[in-house]
Design a protein around this ligand. Sequence first.
Ligand SMILES: NC(=O)c1ccc[n+]([C@@H]2O[C@H](COP(=O)([O-])OP(=O)(O)OC[C@H]3O[C@@H](n4cnc5c(N)ncnc54)[C@H](OP(=O)(O)O)[C@@H]3O)[C@@H](O)[C@H]2O)c1
Length: 392
Amino acid sequence: MTAPKRLAILGSTGSIGRSTLEVVTRFPGCFVVDVLAAHSSVERLLAQIRAHHPRVVAVADPQAAQALQQRLRAWKKAPQVWSGPEGIRRAAVYPTAQLVVSAMVGQAGLLPTWDAIRAGKDIALANKETLVVAGELIMREVKRRRVRLLPVDSEHAALAQCLKGHDGVEVRRLILTASGGPFREVPASRLQRMRAADALRHPTWSMGPKITVDSSTLMNKGLEVIEAHHLFNMDFKRIEVTIHPQSVVHSLVEFVDGSTLAQLASPDMRLPIQAALTHPAYAPALVKPLDFRHGLTLTFGAPDVKRFPCLGLAYAAGRKGGSAPAVLNAANEVAVGAFLRGRLGFMEIPGLIRAVLARHREKGPLTLERVLAQDAWARKISEEMLACKPCK
Ligand SMILES: NC(=O)c1ccc[n+]([C@@H]2O[C@H](COP(=O)([O-])OP(=O)(O)OC[C@H]3O[C@@H](n4cnc5c(N)ncnc54)[C@H](OP(=O)(O)O)[C@@H]3O)[C@@H](O)[C@H]2O)c1
């Protein structure tokens, strides 16, 4: 019998974090949860502590950490509670954890993931922003520390599966599928009227609010293009996006001989999570396989970059490289936050990002400090621009 794999789950209370714990529950004896980490969801953390008995729980919000500690006072075997962003970073390098599930949302996931890599932990990466913001630096550390970086994003998990056993020279293109989001068929004239509640009604995936809005603008696909560039060391010219509303084909690899491999599965994040957790083994299906007996309609088409300019902005920032993707990501996080609060219209999201990127100047060599400084600059400029709306 092999020893169970020991996990640290960063972002355990979110959509990916909860699905990860579901996978853990479905494989009794295979995993031990040493660490849970979240921002402030105390009730959810309490339920997860009861079910999984972690040694440490890290809570980014100090008040929520205090509230959790209070609630755990009477417990006999309560976990340690670590507080603040520093607590999250300590939790990411918890000595016994072997695999860190990086599932916090946004740029906040970068430093804990960075620390975990440098501590030699394998990473199951859902937090795509980590690779968008600092892909070059992260991939260098991954190689240097010889850790495994296992993609949890369904598209990248699919690409990794299709690429197994093939080397770079055999591959012509990577093709990422996109559902097209809830506004796929909404005409340009009506897009500006779309509100957060409309954007949050995703047709095929159930996800956290930030990525759901990113899906509606196609920024999510743009971030994934940059993620694929780093993960698979592929030039942007050779990464394409196709709109596939059924979300059954999770991505495709085209080879130089003209053949194409695709990975098909139900749209359920538990599959790529399971693949990352059980890597390199294939475990019995948790997700029901597709049933082809009753027919299956699969359609594909080009993305409309005029109605959804965020995809083009992401390609441009990715090609520019340096800290441009970090600036793109920071402006997007501010814009999405403002859209969710009703402070920014749907079509003003790309407007704000474009305006911030236009003011971005590269300063010096790429280091983690430089990237973080550019991220802070972009957030500040974005907030200033928001304060003097409308943004053009
Ligand atoms: N959901 C999907 O299907 C999916 C698919 C592919 C990739 N991803 C990626 O996975 C990541 C997570 O997405 P999600 O949909 O699971 O998001 P989500 O449901 O919004 O959950 C976010 C998680 O991060 C925690 N968190 C937020 N800010 C934090 C901070 N500053 N410090 C510590 N923890 C923090 C939240 O804690 P609280 O609950 O306490 O706020 C929560 O546990 C994103 O990068 C997303 O792009 C998601």
